[in-house]
Ligand binder design. Structure first.
Ligand code: FCB
Length: 781
């Protein structure tokens, strides 16, 4: 058996973080952190605080040489600063002793996003004092644990903590200010510099920082890294690279900010917070750069785009989805990007030692009678290790690789639904179960390399053997053919579940000739529904680009439903895209029973297993309503389109949630989808509440109707009445005044739909995709 070997002494292990696994958020004097209660999920996580002996034993059994964990600042300083809480430090004391007894080298991260709430109250990372407190905290931790920690990492992914925490507000503490995000980033870097000084003067031997580094590229470069770029695209790529990567790499490793970044920071709140001497403090020599890699950033120039709040300064750049395989998180899988980024860092910083401190994937796992056969996760890690090895063979100084992560855990704002672990955790019982990936990784560690033979996915043959039937029979069952008896079907399905078998294209095509035809089914076209029209156009061109033929079908009568189902049963189509599925009809369910892969545009009214692509309607409506509240509006009416549309229900829910938080009651008027009904509803709202000062309409069409009604009633927009719509149709920017609205990403939805369908055709696990919406502020508010 030939082996692809790693250098001698290459360090293998896993990474975790305190908030994501420890639980015990009020044990032994721990103070609250900004993440406590930020997402709705309970914070028991993996109860690692009490179960660490078991978790260390697991790592030992798997042969791990290294364990990267993070220290919870709020355990050590419940108030963020002041007097250290010895009981909190005791926990890490025990953990270190166990690790060392198990022969595992500890790598400690001091800040993995869980700022003590007390410090957030005092201003959080936008405040310079936080950097100073961080250095004090680093010293206190070193005083107690320094004799046993091999390597210290100051920060984990400061880009995420600063720009998702303070810029887009998707992460705790949920603030949304570009200026705060840039200030936070700088103060985190300053904190890194001060803490590094403190650690060194206390005698620490190895100190580093962990950065998330994503190669930035255009969609065309994803399959062809060398592709030449237009000037505009090259500029877009360079700007995002400066914001995401160089903003951190260069201050730490060169003592300066990238030149093109300074005017961007200047425009967003100024540069006063960057004081003389800061950059020298930040640029302390580091012994090791931790690199976290998951996926590239794919962008292109698009002059009409407004800035993404997570990347202030990204005006004119479109963040793209690309038709590649993705993880359940929706992150494109591009293993060669790992090699690309390692080559780049090695070229730019040839003396620097590197370590992959995080890499891994979220996939939906099936717990079967004989294990958790997470072949997708194994392939993901294996492909990335091959890419890593090729970079090492070219001279990249990569000292080790840590999988993200040991345990299924609390994935920040996404909660428990994400599964990144090598070890499955049943959150009801806290039982740990090794997935196949854990056992596979143990073997990689043992032989310090990869073999040519990989564990196989359970195949049609394996299922056939287990069920005692022929391959063709398995295929018939998988394809939902009616000719199989109930007993045989049950036996096959049992084998399918037990083995965790995922039918692939081969199984499907064994009894079905592939047609390459995809049906695009339009149920009940809505009047004036430009969204659907645009999505149809994009989906068609995407799928045609992938070599499929598109048949458009209309599902407006019972007869047409029957015809479509028949076509699917007769395998005249390989797959179906159904849009929109707003109404509670049974077509989706009937189609899915035929076994033909199907995907939906829009969350269905009835929960089902059919994957869909939707946008964050509730989040968009919340943002729209919060915007009105921030503009001082208190008497806000909502015009609701047809309430049988799931999207409208979600928009209403988001609106209600934001009002509720502000202690206000909703005031609603119903409408259909026409402008005229929007105008009528607005008149009704004005009549119901004479002090009405704002209207949130469920669609732009309705909002445009409301604008007309306001004009007729002699109300000035926005002075007397602010109006917000939803969708950002073309007409929204052409009204007077221009309509503030929530942008629904059209092309992205279409791309996601096409990609989801293509993944399903390949027999990959797929989960639904919910895309973010974005508030576009114009003059109507
Ligand atoms: C990284 C974080 C880690 C985890 C993975 C999926 O950005 O450092 O805590 O959330 O992503």
């Amino acid at each position: 058996m030939s082996t692809a070997s790693f250098p001698e002494g290459f360090v293998w292990g896993v990474s975790t973080s305190a908030f994501q696994i420890e639980g015990a958020t009020s044990a032994d004097g721990r103070g609250p952190s900004i993440w406590d209660g930020f997402s709705a999920d309970r914070a028991e996580a993996c109860d690692h605080y009490h179960r660490h002996p078991e978790d260390v034993r697991l790592m030992k059994d798997l042969g791990m040489a290294a364990y990267r964990f993070s220290v919870s600042w709020a355990r050590v300083f419940p108030e963020g600063a002041g007097k250290a809480n010895e009981a909190g430090l005791d926990f890490y004391d025990r953990l270190l002793d166990e690790l060392l007894a198990a022969g595992i080298t500890p790598y400690a991260t001091l800040y993995h996003w869980d700022l003590p709430r007390a410090l957030e109250t005092l201003g959080g990372w936008p405040s310079r004092d936080t950097a100073r407190h961080f250095a004090d905290y680093a010293s206190a931790v070193h005083d107690r644990l320094g004799d046993r920690v091999d390597t210290w990492f100051t920060l984990n992914e400061p880009w995420v903590a600063a720009f998702l925490g303070y810029g887009s507000g998707v992460h705790a503490p949920g603030r949304k200010s570009a200026a705060d995000a840039f200030r936070s980033a700088h103060h985190m870097l300053l904190g890194h510099g001060l803490a590094t000084q403190a650690l060194r003067s206390a005698g620490a031997t190895r100190v580093g920082i962990v950065l998330n580094i994503s190669p930035v590229m255009t969609p065309a470069q994803v399959s062809d890294f060398g592709r030449e770029l237009s000037e505009e695209d090259a500029e877009a790529v360079a700007r995002i690279d400066a914001l995401a990567n160089r903003q951190f790499l260069e201050p730490v490793l060169r003592g300066s900010y990238p030149a093109e970044l300074l005017p961007i920071i200047e425009r967003h709140g100024g540069l006063d917070h960057v004081r003389d001497g800061d950059l020298d403090t930040i640029a302390q020599p580091v012994d090791l750069l931790g690199v976290n890699y998951y996926t590239p950033q794919v962008v292109q120039a698009q002059p009409s785009e407004s800035a993404d709040p997570a990347f202030p300064g990204s005006e004119g750049v479109l963040f793209c989805t690309v038709p590649t395989a993705v993880t359940a998180m929706g992150w494109p899988i591009v293993p060669n990007c790992l090699a690309l980024l390692l080559r780049r860092i090695s070229r730019e910083y040839p003396e620097l030692d590197l370590m992959i401190t995080e890499n891994g994937a979220d996939f939906v796992d099936t717990v079967t009678g004989d294990g958790i056969h997470d072949v997708d996760r194994i392939s993901f890690i294996e492909e990335h290790l091959r890419a890593l090895l090729s970079a090492v063979e070219e001279g990249a100084r990569v000292r080790g690789y840590l999988v993200w992560t040991l345990l299924d855990n609390l994935e920040w704002a996404d909660g428990y639904q994400r599964k990144f672990g090598l070890v499955h955790v049943d959150f009801a019982t806290q039982r740990r179960r090794l997935k196949d990936s854990a056992l596979w990784y143990r073997d990689v560690i043992r032989r310090n390399g990869l073999t040519e033979t990989r564990p196989k996915r359970p195949t049609l043959e394996t299922v056939a053997a287990r069920a005692g039937v022929s391959r063709a029979t398995v295929s018939r069952v998988v394809n939902g053919e009616a000719s199989v008896s109930a007993d045989v079907r049950t036996a096959v399905m049992r084998a399918v579940t037990e083995l965790g078998y995922v039918p692939n294209a081969a199984a499907r095509s064994l009894v079905t000739r592939r047609t390459n035809a995809i049906a695009l089914v339009l149920s009940v076209p809505r009047q004036g529904d430009s969204l659907t029209a645009a999505v149809v156009q994009y989906v068609t061109s995407m799928l045609e680009g992938a070599g499929k033929q598109i048949t458009l079908m209309l599902a407006d009568t019972a007869e047409s439903h029957r015809r479509i189902v028949q076509q699917a049963e007769a395998r005249l189509v390989d797959g179906v895209v159904l849009l929109p599925s707003d109404r509670a009809d049974t077509l989706a369910e009937r189609l899915s029973r035929t076994g033909v892969p199907i995907v939906l545009l829009g969350k269905p009214a009835v929960t089902s297993l059919v994957p869909y692509v939707d946008v964050d309607n509730a989040g968009g409506a919340e943002a729209a309503t919060e915007h009105l509240l921030a503009r001082g509006r208190r008497h806000i009416g909502m015009i609701c389109g047809p309430m049988d549309l799931v999207a409208v229900q979600d928009r209403l829910a988001g609106h209600r949630a934001a009002l509720h938080r502000a202690g206000l009651q909703p005031l609603l008027a119903l409408a259909d989808l026409t402008r005229a009904s929007g105008a009528a509803a607005a008149r009704q709202l004005l009549g119901d509440d004479p002090s009405l000062d704002a209207v949130f309409a469920a669609t732009d069409q309705l909002a445009i109707g409301a604008l007309q009604a306001a004009r007729e009633a002699g109300r000035r927009v926005p002075e007397d009445l602010a109006i917000v719509g939803f969708d950002d149709i073309d007409a929204a920017s052409a009204t007077t005044p221009g309509l503030t609205t929530v942008r629904v990403p059209l092309a992205d939805q279409a791309l996601a739909l096409a990609r989801l369908l293509l993944s399903r055709l390949e027999g990959r696990h797929t989960t639904s995709v919910v895309l973010p919406t974005r508030l576009v502020v114009r003059d109507s508010t």
